[in-house]
Design a protein around this ligand. Structure first.
Ligand SMILES: [Zn+2]
Length: 346
């Protein structure tokens, strides 16, 4: 069984890694992959980056860690698919993830950005041991999607995007980032602190133009006033929703990303994220208007809006940006590094 150790330390630290991760008596695998990283300058092409890595390897001392191999085809992940754990290479896993997460007709640079984001996301989940018997699952509400049910032509494009970004990940400092992504933002992404309460330096609010033709860019729903009042009062019994709907709504705040931070409804302060969950809204970027007997809610964007916008990535690619520029735009202050797979046994 091929399993991997993830580490962003130097080669010396890597030599100790098997003993740190597999204490005496535990079930250490007979085959061990160890990874290291080499920085990739944002303006470098992949070919240049690989040449840089090869140059670096030439100066490394000979020994059991000196041989580098392609990463994605050598490292395997335990993937929880339909309730069963399936072991597959990172290559196969990522191609299936792209198939589930991004349309095949998106520009290749957008697909490559998604491949790097998904690789980073998956390895981060595995590193955190989110699941006990698997490195990652295929539930989009928990990890990220995966499917093999696409045409051969589409899968070929996904596989190309994965192959052309082999081993590339997004890092902040010496750590993998939480490479969150979503469908479309409505024009500006949201900072992590506004959605999850934690201020993450590389998940800040950034512009995301060019998404207007995304299918879920904007939506208006009209809710019957009594239905709206019933839902809100069930969640907030202290809420006073007597009188006409125009009297229900009070002051509100906006986040950096244009979402509702908080809004007073019936005298109760409600967080935008809570309102989104309660009403199953597409995003927290909410505008509210009322009639005598209804509440109309217009949302912009689709998803949590934190991290990389997939339709924003498409727009950037169509404007000539490469995948590195896309990733570095959406993940503030990060670097793109290349993981190399090194066999400890030769
Ligand atoms: Zn999961």
């Amino acid at each position: 069984m091929k399993r991997f150790f993830f580490c962003l330390f130097c080669v010396i630290a890597l030599c100790c890694t098997p003993f740190l991760l597999f204490p005496e008596g535990s079930a250490a695998p007979f085959w061990i992959d160890i990874m290291s990283t080499e920085p990739v300058a944002p303006s470098d092409s992949i070919q240049e980056a690989e040449a840089d890595v090869q140059d670096a390897e030439a100066t490394e001392p000979a020994g059991p860690l000196a041989v580098s191999q392609p990463f994605d085809s050598q490292v395997t992940l335990r993937v929880l698919v339909g309730g069963e754990v399936t072991e597959m290479t990172v290559s196969d896993y990522l191609a299936g993830t792209l198939a589930a997460e991004m349309p095949s007709d998106f520009p290749m640079e957008a697909l490559k950005a998604q491949a790097v984001a998904s690789r980073t996301f998956a390895l981060k989940q595995a590193e955190a041991e989110k699941h006990t018997n698997a490195d990652i699952c295929t539930d989009t509400a928990c990890c990220q999607g995966w499917t093999s049910e696409v045409s051969a032509e589409a899968m070929a494009r996904f596989s190309q995007a994965v192959a052309e970004t082999d081993g590339l990940v997004v890092t902040y400092g010496d750590s993998l980032i939480d490479a969150t992504f979503f469908s479309c933002s409505g024009g500006r992404t949201e900072a992590a602190v506004a959605v999850w309460g934690s201020d993450i330096p590389y998940l800040q609010s950034v512009e995301s133009p060019g998404e207007e033709d995304a299918p879920r860019y904007q939506e208006t729903v009209s809710l019957d006033a009594d239905y709206f009042a019933g839902l809100l009062q069930e969640a907030y019994p202290e809420m006073n929703l007597s009188g006409p709907p125009r009297a229900w709504f009070g002051p509100f705040t906006r986040t950096d990303g244009g979402g509702i931070g908080t809004v007073f409804i019936g005298g109760v302060c409600v967080e935008g994220t809570a309102l989104r969950r309660l009403l199953s809204l597409r995003s927290t970027d909410i505008d509210i208007s009322v009639t005598e007997d209804s509440v109309q809610i217009t949302t912009a964007g689709f998803g949590h809006r934190v991290g990389m916008s997939q339709y924003g990535a498409r727009a950037m690619a169509e404007s000539g940006a490469d995948f590195e520029e896309i990733l570095l735009h959406y993940y503030s202050g990060t670097e793109i590094k290349k993981l190399l797979c090194r066999s400890a046994e030769q």
